[in-house]
Design a protein around this ligand. Structure first.
Ligand code: ATP
Ligand code: MG
Length: 650
């Protein structure tokens, strides 16, 4: 069959309409799992294969490094090589590196990442504000919101008032910190993440030659997850486009989960008005999840309040039936984590791949408990959050070793060289059993796999090029894929899918998060987070919560308000599970195999025999003894284990 026909074959008529639409504005408005990402990757492949555009002229952007990576993988699988698929930040960083000498001069400034809070602290100190770490984080978040919303310091009080924001300090104080932060940052010649986008937009807006060169290079734009675009990202997108309209956007307003950071579904919903000649497609068939999961997702979102027109799509499940979602309540968090870890282990034992399982939570702080619980049962895992990968000690150590090797060694077959260098810092052929050693091994192996990937992508890939790729990924927070069960926040799970998904910690104060309480719009965003979580599951979905934080603690927590009405009355797991202490209390108490008395000392337990019973009883005598004991027990109307051996019998 012709390659092109194969490309169109796996699409339904609506997806096909979006894929085959002529170059120009296209908008796909659809729910989770309906194939939006699939549609855009196929559209890119279709345009490239038909010769409408060269792969190198396509720029596809999305919001997380993982999603961008996923898009690159899907494009490669469709035979498209050379199309750019990046996050807004990574795309901007790349462009800035290129344009910087011309528009600013000299080398591009350094990116601040972990030192950002220190800079905010200095700024706060300068204007005489408290420097507690929580309030610093809030201040940093507020400055990010302002920058992403294109709000300059002097406009902040009015903007905060207009949007009814709960400001971390009086608005005038925030303005002062915001100004001081910008000054300190510019003086130190540093860029924060938002600056990457601001500088990129400014370079294109203010330098005609730069804009012309850029627009000559990139001609076809695609945006995934467009419901979460910020005004700043939209400004970059508009700068990229200029007067052109070759833009495909896809999104689901019900999955807007970044409005706290300035994102808004309005550009998505307004797209057909902005481009009246746009091809607009709506998708309803859900190809990802079983009808059971789809029904739950529809239920979660049907109760959302204030849904804008255009987002009231109902998903229609296409897959065969699967298990019903399970709801489980626990006495405390460690019981919950332990049970999740054991269930994960069972799935692995049943043949589900580790990469097909995810544990999703609302806040990153929840991950530690699950890391521990999984390590205890020997399950490899990876914490999705991106930035953490390049902060791991072994990865930093690996990068130092690789750089040193790059300076000295003649640059051999790249993956082999990388493996050799990493063997020097502890990479073994066989994986260690579990725990921290296993996680370290997985990180190092991921670097080797990345080297293999690079060989397939870059001609003449050698160690110096590999080191440069690592530096760039570290800056753009773009970690390689590590095998293992995924631990991720709901925010980081957007756009992704797994066979089995565990949504944990569904209690009031966590989902919805405490600070959303009393703010209707914020509570609705929390509901959308649950919707995003539910719709990540292809087949198995487990929702759980715990009534107390610590073992034996007061059970004062309440299950999430979003669960009411979701748990089916007739579902056996819907009843509160009186959690049992695992594993000791569940095991039968050790008994003497001869007389049935309870065993307490370690030696007897090992021998399964109490010290007063003979060890050389043959099987026949033992059977007679047991029968006698059972008879006596019936006679006396007591359990068998309280009947001791009659010495005369022996
Ligand atoms: P989200 O809103 O979560 O980002 P999405 O709309 O982008 O979801 P995709 O990730 O593109 O959905 O697709 C969901 C799953 O359904 C994928 O596994 C994809 O391969 C599959 N799929 C999409 N369209 C079809 C189709 N026409 N036939 C078979 N499978 C499909
Ligand atoms: Mg998608």
């Amino acid at each position: 069959m012709h390659r092109m026909d194969r490309l169109l074959e796996g699409l339904d008529p609506e997806q096909r309409a979006a894929v085959e639409a002529p170059r120009g504005p296209v908008c796909v408005l659809a729910g989770a799992g309906t194939g939006k990402t699939r549609t855009i990757t196929h559209r890119i492949a279709h345009l490239v294969q038909r010769g409408h555009v060269a792969a190198g002229q396509v720029l596809a952007v999305t919001f997380t490094a993982r999603a961008a990576g996923e898009m690159r993988t899907r494009l490669r699988a469709l035979g498209v090589h050379g199309a750019q698929a990046r996050t807004f930040h990574a795309a901007s960083l790349r462009q800035l590196r290129y344009f910087w000498p011309r528009v600013v001069g000299g080398e591009p400034w350094q990116l601040i990442d972990r030192n950002k809070l220190r800079l905010v602290a200095q700024a706060a100190h300068r204007v005489g504000l408290s420097t507690e770490s929580d309030s610093l984080r809030d201040l940093a978040g507020e400055i990010e919101w302002a920058k992403a919303s294109l709000v300059a310091p002097e406009d902040y009080p009015a903007a905060a008032g207009r949007t009814n924001r709960d400001t971390p300090a009086p608005a005038e104080q925030v303005v002062k910190v915001y100004r001081a932060y910008e000054e300190l940052k510019n003086k130190a010649q540093l860029l924060d993440f938002d600056d990457l986008l601001l500088h990129t937009a400014a370079a294109l807006e203010e330098h005609g030659d730069v804009a012309e060169e850029f627009r000559d290079r990139y001609r076809c734009f695609v945006v995934d997850e467009y419901q979460d675009v910020t005004p700043l990202q939209q400004r970059v997108l508009d700068a990229w486009l200029g007067q052109r309209d070759d833009l495909t956007v896809v999104g689901d307003a019900n999955q807007t989960i970044y409005s706290f950071a300035g994102a808004s579904p309005v550009p998505l919903l307004n797209f057909p008005r902005r481009f009246p000649h746009a091809t607009v497609v709506r998708l309803e068939r859900d190809y990802r999840s079983t009808p059971q999961v789809v029904a739950l997702a529809n239920q979660v979102i049907s109760w959302a309040r204030g849904r804008p027109a255009g987002s009231r799509l109902k998903l229609i499940g296409q897959r065969p039936d699967g298990p019903r979602p399970a709801f489980t309540e626990f006495d405390d968090e460690s019981l919950e984590a332990g049970a999740v870890a054991r269930r994960v282990k069972e799935l692995l034992d049943d043949g589900v791949a580790a990469s097909e399982i995810a544990v999703l939570y609302r806040v990153n702080a929840q991950s530690e408990l699950y890391e521990q619980a999984l390590a205890e049962v020997g399950v490899p895992y990876q914490v999705r959050g991106g930035e953490r990968f390049f902060q791991r000690a072994e990865v930093r150590q690996a990068m130092v070793a690789l750089r040193a090797a790059a300076a000295h060694e003649p640059s051999g077959e790249l993956p082999k060289v990388v493996r050799e260098v990493l063997t020097g810092i502890g990479l073994t052929d066989e994986p260690p059993a579990g725990g921290a050693a296993r996680e370290k091994w997985e990180s190092l192996l991921a670097l080797v796999e990345l080297a293999e990937e690079l060989v397939g992508q870059v001609e003449g890939a050698d160690l110096p090029k590999f080191c440069a790729e690592l530096d760039m990924r570290a800056e753009a927070q773009h970690p390689p894929t590590v095998e293992g069960v995924t631990l991720a926040s709901l925010h980081a799970a957007k756009g992704l899918e797994w066979d089995a998904v565990f949504l944990v910690g569904l209690v009031e104060g966590t989902l919805p998060i405490q600070h959303a309480d009393g703010d209707d719009a914020a509570v609705e965003e929390e509901r959308r987070l649950l919707y995003v979580g539910v719709t990540r599951a292809r087949e198995h979905l487990w929702l759980s919560w715990a009534l107390a934080r610590a073992a034996g603690g007061r059970r004062y927590r309440r299950r999430s308000r979003f669960l009411y009405g979701l748990i089916p009355e007739d579902h056996p797991a819907s009843r509160t599970v009186a959690a049992k202490r695992e594993p000791l209390q569940r095991r039968p108490k050790p008994q003497c195999r001869v007389c049935g008395s309870a065993l307490v000392d370690a030696r007897s337990i090992k021998l399964s025999r109490c010290s007063s019973c003979p060890s050389d009883l043959d099987e026949e005598l033992l059977t007679r003894l047991r029968a006698w004991r059972a008879d006596r027990a019936r006679e006396l109307k007591v359990p068998a284990y309280v009947v001791f051996t009659d010495a005369t019998l022996v």
